[in-house]
Design a protein. Structure first.
Length: 90
């Protein structure tokens, strides 16, 4: 399972609900319109993504999904900038 990781430019920390299992605190960047998190895959997960070229996204919100965007840092930055500022890089 991918894990959320802190990244340069993160300006908010979303805390896991107390007592929640399999949920971690998550560092994010927000500009008021977009919220961005960074995830790290294990070696096994990365090998599977490389083998299949597929990533699955699960949103725990019932029967729908809010608008989301998944991509590498440069691609996500190029989308987020259309909605406000972006995070500073280290």
């Amino acid at each position: 399972m991918g894990i959320p990781v802190q990244f340069s430019g993160a300006n908010m920390l979303l805390r896991a609900p107390e007592g929640a299992e399999n949920v971690s605190d998550m560092h994010t960047f927000t500009n008021g319109m977009c919220s961005v998190s960074c995830w790290e895959l294990s070696a096994e997960e990365l090998a599977e993504v490389n083998r299949t070229g597929r990533i699955y996204l699960s949103v725990f919100s019932g029967r729908t999904q809010p608008p989301v965007f998944v991509g590498d840092e440069e691609t996500v930055r190029s989308i987020v900038v259309d909605f406000g500022g972006v995070w500073r890089r280290a």
